[in-house]
Design a protein around this ligand. Structure first.
Ligand code: GLC
Length: 565
């Protein structure tokens, strides 16, 4: 199919306006992006596509160099070899006409939360039917990320900017849990806007973990905040927000929390159980992959945005050192493939001194049975956790996808992760993308590890449940690794159920067939995750907002097996 002529594109663009303006969905907004097949795009085409995007609301200050850079980050990161010419990948021109997309946009627009007349985020779930609201009527930092990306991709950066500034302001509050004061850099898990119709005032109450079930502070919030600031900057070309003194300070405060020296012998970040998306006790205390991957991505994002002033430079030096050590540690000790599993299986224990091969003294008898069948000959992944005599072999979706997007994984490791997803499709994707982790814990282990949590029974919720929000991460990782057919299959599965089922928060069961026992409906990040996945498939250059190329100094220290090559 021919590319649309620039004149036609401009005409189309001029007739469009913001999708969520006045809370109404405007038709025709995606017309431009759905007209040509990706396999026919040249670099020049890509560049002009990026320029042609319907972002009239923005005063774009983006330079040619930046544009090329963002193209490089997304297009080039398709690994050169297979990205653009993957034959299976041709874009559907269905974005406008797809009723599911229309409904999703309407629902996303409805979920917006206003503070003094300005949109500042999206509510976690708009579930009127549910008797218990709990804290689902709040704006969660992590939940807002896919909403923010959807708005950015659609040329609506205002809500994202407002959110970044509002949460930054909240960061500045005094944070007390009983008589203990949390670190200055801590970002909230969520916040709520209270409207007083009589006094006509809006106030905000935030939760830093002091109200959350389990009282855990969200380590991921600060990382997502930095990652989102980069996405905003890349998408709009507006560097002035990140350069503001308050944003620079906010970044430094978050970084101080995780770069401070302590008793650590590892560059990974020591965490309490439940401090991320999995916000209940699930045996992920220690060094969970979910946090390590976000930590890595946030460090790299901050490095690209910190000012080269004296304070900024001090942090930049620390970041560079930490990134170097962190990538070595993760790539060496968290990576598991057939060869590595076989090595661990044959490990000697109780080794002393620097020459130890089994550095963490993992006892081979602690390897769970399931992994021997699960591990394919081709493929690999970053395991859930590594600490003394404890390797959590579970597979976690978010950490592995973020590892691909941030280039914590080498290109070979990224390919191996996608190989594993393909090889273990039934287990990891099943009937609803994507399992939050695999496998589920059952019986005695479930009792001990979760503390008999009735919400986290086997194959439910965080314990092997399937979360539609993860679709956007899988899609971004598939596009970055040049394997969009994986995303396409997953999106088709989601399209068969999500709207019909009312956008549930999660699904239950070994293959994710059942709507989750206690799942909310109209869960905003399920809606936004779907939209982001669709928009990235429609225009893969969007992936550049959230993806990063490998740095030369982070090249892998060792090669472990044939699945890497
Ligand atoms: C649940 C999820 C958490 C999410 C929150 C709001 O607590 O475990 O990840 O942020 O709901 O949707």
């Amino acid at each position: 199919m021919d590319r649309p002529k620039k004149r036609d594109v401009l005409r189309a663009v001029n007739s469009m306006s913001s999708l969520c303006e006045n809370g109404k969905k405007k038709e025709g907004i995606r017309a431009v992006n759905s007209m040509c097949s990706i396999s026919k795009l040249t670099d020049e085409d890509l560049l002009s596509r990026l320029l042609d995007r319907p972002r009239l609301k923005l005063e774009r200050k983006i330079s040619y160099e930046e544009m090329s850079l963002s193209l490089y980050d997304s297009a080039h990161s398709l690994d050169g070899k297979s990205g653009w010419d993957t034959p299976v990948f041709s874009m559907k021109d269905s974005m406008d006409r797809n009723p599911m997309v229309t409904e999703a946009w309407e629902a996303l627009c409805q979920s917006q939360v206003y503070f003094r007349g300005k949109p500042v985020g999206t509510i976690a779930a708009y579930d009127h039917a549910s008797e218990e609201v709990l804290n689902y009527d709040q704006v969660f930092v992590r939940d807002f990320v896919p909403s923010a990306l959807a708005f950015l991709m659609n040329g609506e950066p205002e809500i994202v900017k407002n959110f970044l500034l509002k949460t930054l302001h909240i960061q500045g509050q005094d944070k007390m849990i009983d008589k203990f004061k949390l670190g200055d850099g801590a970002m909230p898990a969520s916040f709520k806007v209270l409207h007083n119709p009589i006094k006509k005032t809006d106030t905000i109450i935030a939760d830093f973990g002091e109200s959350a079930i389990g009282r855990v502070a969200p380590v991921d919030s600060g990382f997502w905040w930095i990652i989102l600031l980069r996405a905003y900057t890349k998408s709009t070309g507006d560097h002035s927000l990140a350069e503001r003194p308050e944003c620079q300070k906010g970044m430094r405060l978050i970084l101080s929390l995780c770069l401070s020296e302590g008793f650590d012998t590892f560059p990974t970040l020591l965490c309490a159980d439940g401090c991320s998306m999995v916000d209940r006790r699930m045996g992920i205390y220690g060094y969970p992959i979910e946090i390590q991957a976000l930590f890595f991505m946030a460090l790299r994002s901050a490095l690209s945005m910190l000012k080269h002033d004296s304070e900024g430079k001090e942090f930049m030096e620390k970041i560079v050192k930490r990134l170097h050590a962190l990538s070595f540690h993760m790539r060496s000790y968290f990576w598991l493939d057939f060869q590595q599993l076989n090595d661990i299986y044959r490990y000697k224990t109780e080794e002393y001194s620097h020459t130890a091969v089994n550095k963490f003294n993992v006892i081979p008898d602690s390897i769970p049975d399931w992994i021997f069948d699960f591990m394919p000959l081709r493929g690999g992944y970053f395991v859930g956790n590594v600490s003394p005599a404890r390797m959590d072999f579970r597979w976690f979706a978010l950490g592995n996808c973020i590892a691909i997007l941030s280039s914590l994984a080498t290109p070979e490791q990224s390919m191996a992760i996608m190989d594993l997803i393909e090889a273990r499709w039934e287990e990891l994707v099943g009937e609803m993308p994507l399992k939050i982790c695999y496998p589920a814990m059952e019986s005695h282990e479930w009792g001990i590890v979760t503390g008999c949590d009735p919400k986290n029974t086997r194959w439910s919720y965080h314990n092997g449940g399937s979360w539609p929000v993860l679709l956007w991460l899988l899609t971004a990782a598939s596009i970055k690794t040049g394997r969009p057919q994986i995303a396409r299959r997953a999106i088709e599965l989601a399209e068969a159920r999500l709207l019909k089922d009312g956008w549930p928060e999660y699904y239950d069961g070994k293959s994710g067939r059942f709507i989750g026992k206690q799942a909310r409906k109209s869960q905003t990040w399920s809606i936004a995750g779907y939209l982001v996945a669709k928009m990235m498939m429609d225009d893969p250059t969007h992936v550049g907002m959230i993806s990063m190329e490998e740095e030369k100094h982070m090249k892998p220290p060792l090669r472990r097996s044939s699945s890497w090559t």
